[in-house]
Design a protein around this ligand. Sequence first.
Ligand SMILES: Cc1cc2nc3c(=O)[nH]c(=O)nc-3n(C[C@H](O)[C@H](O)[C@H](O)COP(=O)(O)OP(=O)(O)OC[C@H]3O[C@@H](n4cnc5c(N)ncnc54)[C@H](O)[C@@H]3O)c2cc1C
Length: 384
Amino acid sequence: MDFTFTPEHQMLREMVKKFTEKEVRPLSQKIDQEAKVPMELWKKAAELGLLGIAFPEKYGGAGAGEMGYCIMLEELAQGDASFTVMLGAHISIGAMSIYLDGTEEQKQKYLTKMCSGEYISAFALTEVNAGSDAANIETTAALKGSDYVLNGTKFYITNGGIANVVIVFAVTDKSLGAHGGVTAFIVESKTPGFKVGRELDKMGIRGSNTVELIFENVRVPKENVLGKIGEGFKTAMKALDRGRLSLSAGCLGGSKRALELSLNHAKQRVQFGKPIAEQQAIQWMIADMAAEIFAMESMVYRSAWAHDQGMRITREAAIVKMYCSEALDRIVDRGVQIHGGMGFIRECDIERAYRDARINRIFEGTNEIQRLVIARDVLTKGAY
Ligand SMILES: Cc1cc2nc3c(=O)[nH]c(=O)nc-3n(C[C@H](O)[C@H](O)[C@H](O)COP(=O)(O)OP(=O)(O)OC[C@H]3O[C@@H](n4cnc5c(N)ncnc54)[C@H](O)[C@@H]3O)c2cc1C
């Protein structure tokens, strides 16, 4: 076993850390208040090559694998959660769907532009009546001539209002159900009938764009079927395996930042004549935070490594997502407690971290669904 990062991965971490400290973190409060990530920041990340980190060089990527990608998200999450989610949705589930199941032509046409940042992507699976029960989607795609015609409404779509390209999952044969009857499509947002509905006002990650998308007779050429007809659900699940792991890398970064903020506060806040860091009650919270961060770091990078070795990580991704999102919530909660009253005040970074953290137990499959995935896998394949 080798638990060290390669020199390339260390260089990548240093580069993203500098970018985060200089460009991302200073904007975090503004992004939250204005509920918007400035496009200038997206462009700067694109110029640095961050949008293609996970993909091979022939598509304009950096070929840094899942390991490099997790390192990048861990660092970015120490700057701003909304920006991390914007990039995460674009790379892990939008662009990744094309990378996993697209044809070479589709990769050249779309993935290259997603790596360069020219295109923003989104992933549209959820509907009002199909959240955890994603197999129950009602959006339809009917073959008419050489096009598929899409009708339906998607809900809670990250980047949906700013995306150039959306991966849309639709029913092509209702009689076959999710496995056989759902197909993935690459839909360009400029296509007639593609409409952005209302933007949702959120508790946290307020700068990330979350919208309703409406499809009214949207004609999608056959060439834009992603993967095989009827196998869209498989594409979605494969992309979500990756998404859950990188989401956890974001949780790890958010946790490290919360600990750092808490340490700074605990060392400088004096009560009863000494810094509160000298109180055992505070030290215990700090110790619990550090221990959980150690566990998160170990599981994120072990799973990323396994993925880069070509192993299937469905169970691991579910375990890591469940553990890291719950650990992050415990960590930001202790962070607020260590900050006392100041932790409840809007201008304080830990207050925003507390709100931003909560979504991770819900999206990319709720933690109840992760527990179902883990239990089913353990019951069928055995514990280890
Ligand atoms: C900010 C945000 C961004 C999002 N981005 C995207 C996106 O980009 N693309 C996309 O497609 N979707 C996106 N989603 C949707 C997200 O994945 C869903 O919200 C999530 O999967 C849960 O679905 P639901 O909200 O309908 O909750 P429900 O499915 O209604 O669940 C409600 C509760 O019931 C529980 N529950 C449901 N079924 C079971 C069961 N069988 N056993 C035990 N408990 C169960 C759930 O765990 C949860 O606690 C986003 C959501 C949000 C809030």
